[in-house]
Design a protein around this ligand. Structure first.
Ligand code: ARG
Length: 458
């Protein structure tokens, strides 16, 4: 096929080279941004007297008919074209004639593609943020439902202190809230217009870059034209925000997988979000959570791929940069799929509160509270810690728990022990005493829920 860029060469390339060079199969998804950007460009050219208003009207009408026809399915994207920019321009010229050829005045595909990606990705950010917010809402509702369900809190995956399931869930809500914030922050630096940087050096035409930027909803313009066409750090930044978000989803998934195992049995996922085994009839596998954990790897991989592609590139545009899109699009698609399945999975998840409580009773997770009891009666912490440890050892030897040890057994270690100790080591009481801000008491978790709800619904 004859190339629009045929000039010094005759534009006759090998088919294999065309296929290798072409990006239309993945950049076609930016058709709307490409057309909208071109409409603003035509309007700017007329406003500055670079083309006539009549020509601009013809361009804009032509572009808008292409958009309509693409949206309605009347016009199919020609996968033989090199990229989406060439496709739109080609259809435009075939529809409105030579005027179509004026559109590319004071513009290059280098600033055009940079514009399209920024416009495309800021919409993606909006979608990812709202899906993340929906997940935060689902987690917060679950946390409210289980704000007094006692479970063991772990460090080193060893039972440590009693907490509530609501408290544990709210930890994830806080992480995801920061992810939404990170996305908003990333948008700030992304929402700057590169159009008008042209190929690399700017242009001799008297353009109005601010007009186009404002028309297209940007907050500013790239202040150095070389940077404007070479910058892809907004992609790297978004992919890194998505990677961190996926890391959070992956940790959560890991816990969901553990908790739904027979060994824990803390939660039950709905049948609608699990799969069976083709051979073992008893299996109910947490595939969704496993896939989220698995897909985190490819999202990290995408980030690493782009950083590696960019690290040795001289200024300004290099074709290597065409590799940005598949990576960043894949990260966006992946995180959106994960979030879409995660929220309803959490919504339908049930906690086995009895099992959680039983697990909390078995691990001596009130041993710290026992030591604190003695400290509050005047004993130095280190001594209290030691006695508490000896009592735990005695329980283990006798296969019992602190709650069931008779008072005499306690008093053999210290006469500070009295009958009120049982109230002090009662699990619910242990939880309720942790009233410090951010702590596990019901009142404190309620505050966390209110804080998160206020942040997402403000
Ligand atoms: N398809 C190209 C890309 O995605 C568009 C820019 C092409 N520019 C050029 N000078 N060849 O990067």
């Amino acid at each position: 096929m004859a190339k629009m860029w045929a000039g010094v060469t005759d534009g006759k390339t090998e088919k294999i080279a065309d296929d290798f060079n072409s990006s239309i199969r993945f950049d076609c998804r930016m058709y709307r941004q490409d057309i909208t950007g071109s409409m603003a460009h035509a309007q700017m050219l007329a406003g500055q007297g670079i083309i006539t208003q009549t020509d601009a009207d013809a361009l804009i009408d032509g572009l808008s008919s292409i958009l309509d026809d693409l949206e309605s399915g009347k016009l199919a994207i020609d996968m033989e074209c090199e990229d989406i920019h060439m496709f739109v321009e080609q259809v435009l010229t075939s529809r409105i004639g030579d005027v179509g050829k004026k559109l590319h005045t004071a513009r290059s595909r280098n600033d055009q593609v940079a514009l399209d990606i920024r416009m495309y990705l800021r919409d993606e950010i909006a979608e990812i943020s709202s899906l993340t917010t929906a997940l935060i809402a689902a987690i917060t509702n679950k946390a409210e439902q289980y704000k007094d369900a006692i479970m063991p809190g772990y460090t080193h995956l060893q039972r440590a202190q009693p907490i509530t399931f609501g408290h544990q869930l709210m930890a994830y809500a806080m992480m995801l809230l920061r992810d939404v914030d990170r996305l908003a922050d990333c948008r700030k630096r992304m929402n700057v217009s590169p159009i008008g940087c042209c190929a690399l050096a700017g242009t001799t035409y008297d353009t109005d870059r601010w007009f186009e930027a404002q028309k297209l909803g940007f907050d500013g313009i790239c202040m150095n034209s070389l940077d404007g066409v070479s910058d892809r750090d907004f992609c790297a930044e978004l992919m890194s925000a998505i990677s961190i978000l996926m890391m959070h989803l992956s940790r959560f998934s890991e816990e969901i997988i553990l908790w739904s195992s027979w060994e824990f049995k803390f939660i039950e996922l709905s049948d609608a979000f699990t799969t069976g085994s083709s051979i073992m009839p008893q299996k109910k596998n947490p595939d969704m959570a496993e896939l989220v954990r698995g897909k985190t790897g490819r999202v990290y991989g995408n980030l690493m791929a782009l950083l590696t592609t960019l690290k040795g590139l001289p200024l300004a545009y290099n074709k290597d940069m065409q590799e940005d899109k598949e990576a960043v699009f894949d990260s966006c698609d992946t995180v959106k799929m994960c979030l879409q399945v995660f929220a309803p999975m959490i919504d339908a998840m049930k906690a086995n509160t009895d099992n959680m409580k039983r697990a909390a009773q078995k691990g001596f997770i009130n041993a710290t509270d026992l030591a604190d009891y003695l400290v509050k009666k005047g004993m130095p912490f280190r001594s209290a810690y030691k006695i508490s440890g000896q009592l735990v050892a005695q329980c283990i030897r006798n296969n019992t728990v602190l709650e069931e040890l008779p008072l005499e057994a306690y008093q053999a270690y210290s006469d500070l022990f009295d009958i009120d100790l049982y109230q002090q080591i009662d699990l619910l009481n242990c939880v309720e005493k942790r009233i410090s801000e951010g702590g596990t008491s019901v009142a404190s978790v309620e505050k966390q829920i209110a804080y998160v709800r206020q942040s997402i619904y403000e």
